[in-house]
Design a protein around this ligand. Structure first.
Ligand code: MN
Length: 501
């Protein structure tokens, strides 16, 4: 069953002051409600934008932003200064704000009534300077925020606010994320490891160790009958190879795979975990490396990464929570290159664990030997990712901070059909080119494990990183190596000097 995501609220506050008199404030009130309605009409993220109140003095501002901070249903705050709202009134409130902030710089009317405009109109519609006064204070205090400029019916305003709403969902997910690690990190591997305490301080995520035999014992406790029932579902959903079907020579392996899934779900649900890791070096009494089970759990919204890589597993859960309906995101690994002829490409995959949300095709359910781990042959879904624009993203622990790195890519069809490759895969062309993207990625210290998404936008990732006050290094069609290298050098100094972002 998919992880349930409760609809959340974004609170909308309108700034003004008492100076204007009752009639003007009545119009401000009415127009700001209309702005919320127009804005809401263009938002597809599962959030409700709630008109809250007109704020006219320091006390009400401080009270309102403290309430937003304390309320568990509120995952973000939008502010707009309809008129002039002297920003000293906002100091205490902004200091107290502990939720993501978007500053909508807008006005009620789209066009100027050129032939009738008078000073009453000018005094009512003065966000052009009211918002600048407010923004000055947000900058001075150092509150990370997104500024969106334009009329609330504008499609680009809708897109940018929607991207931010998705980022606030990701932030809420990170704050409540519990991750189960079955086993530790793969021995000797650096980039998949990191400071779990720092990660919890920065993102809220709790990374918890469970012995792998918690899972092995859990599988033992699942009956064959339960496994058989789930295997029947598999036969209905996937193109199952004959040897795995009921009556087939290797059907028992499929039933065992189903028992892994049932046990994993129970442990995750009982513990409130929404992400997990495994490690092929430490499988305890498990008979197979979990493949199919992991793939199906990812499709239901769980974060996962192999080899104990808790950062990528957490990032996948966060990105899945920000993935709009119809999109896909998966654990991925840069595996091997096509340096030509023709366009250069990366073939990405993992030993088994790629999420079927990145394909439209019906996956084939197959069984093949696995060269490492020393266990029985694991069952797995095999498919190819659908062509789409997308990006790969990772989190790297640099010791003094966690850096998010993303690379814009185009997922493409493989040049040929890959008939001998027994795992799910994706083929993509990174931007600006494979050579520059790989050079930049490695200079930035990025990992071989990533999250590949065909749905979460770059802007949502940028918004998320800003909310998390963490570095986000972007590799895209604009990347120039000389400038990129300097950017990393400047960032190294910046993140040591800056008190706030
Ligand atoms: Mn790996």
């Amino acid at each position: 069953m998919a992880i349930a995501q409760q609809p959340q609220q974004i609170w909308f506050f309108t700034g003004s002051q008492d100076l204007y008199g009752e009639e003007t404030l009545r119009q401000v009130d009415e127009q700001s409600r209309a702005v919320v309605a127009q804005l809401s009409g263009g938002i597809t993220a599962p959030v409700e934008i709630v008109w809250k109140s007109l704020l006219k003095n320091s006390d009400s501002i401080r009270r309102a932003l403290k309430d937003a901070t304390a309320d568990d249903n509120c995952i973000g705050v939008i502010t707009w200064m309809h008129t002039f709202s002297p920003a000293k009134m906002w100091i205490a409130g902004l200091e107290a704000l502990g939720k993501p902030l978007l500053h909508l710089h807008t006005q009620a009317g789209q066009s100027l009534p050129w032939s009738t405009i008078d000073m009453d109109f000018m005094n009512l519609n003065q966000a052009a300077h009211g918002d600048r006064e407010y923004a000055h204070m947000v900058t001075r205090i150092g509150v990370p925020r997104k500024i969106v400029v334009g009329h609330p019916t504008d499609a680009d305003v809708h897109r940018r606010v929607n991207d931010w709403c998705l980022a606030t969902i990701g932030w809420r997910t990170a704050q409540h994320l519990k991750l189960a690690r079955f086993g530790d990190n793969m021995r000797y591997v650096a980039v998949t490891d990191g400071d779990k305490v720092a990660a919890q301080m920065q993102f809220g995520m709790s990374v918890e160790a469970l012995g792998v035999n918690t899972l092995a014992d859990g599988v033992q406790a699942v009956s064959d009958a339960e496994g058989e029932a789930l295997a029947k579902d598999y036969e209905a959903q996937y193109e199952v190879v004959p040897e795995l079907c009921a009556g087939g020579t290797r059907h028992e392996s499929l039933v065992y795979g189903a028992r892994i899934e049932i046990a994993l779900r129970r442990i995750l649900e009982d513990g409130g975990y929404t992400a997990f890791t495994s490690n092929f070096e430490d499988l305890g009494n498990l008979r197979q490396l979990p493949g199919l089970a992991v793939q199906r759990l990812m499709a239901d919204g769980y974060g996962f990464a192999g080899e104990g890589d808790w950062k990528t597993a957490a990032l996948l859960r966060i990105i899945k929570s920000m993935t709009p309906a119809g999109g896909g995101s998966s654990f991925m690994e840069d595996y091997t290159y096509h340096f030509g002829p023709g366009r250069q490409k990366i073939l990405g995959a993992h030993m088994l664990e790629v999420c079927p949300s990145i394909t439209d095709a019906t996956p084939r359910l197959e069984i093949h030997p696995l060269g490492i781990g020393g266990k029985e042959d694991p069952v797995r879904l095999v498919f190819t990712a659908k062509p789409a624009p997308g990006r790969v993203v990772c989190m790297a622990d640099l010791g003094d901070r966690i850096r998010i790195i993303s690379n814009e890519i185009t997922i493409v069809e493989p040049d040929e059909t890959l008939p001998k490759l027994p795992v799910a895969r994706a083929v993509w062309e990174p931007k600006p080119s494979l050579a520059e993207a790989a050079e930049a990625w490695m200079l930035a210290g990025g990992s071989h494990h990533t999250v590949l998404t065909n749905a979460v936008s770059l802007e949502t990732l940028e918004d998320f990183a800003r909310i998390a006050r963490t570095e986000h290094v972007i590799i895209d069609e604009e990347t120039k190596m000389r400038q990129f290298r300097r950017e990393l050098q400047w960032a190294a100094a910046y993140y040591r000097l800056a008190e706030r972002i």
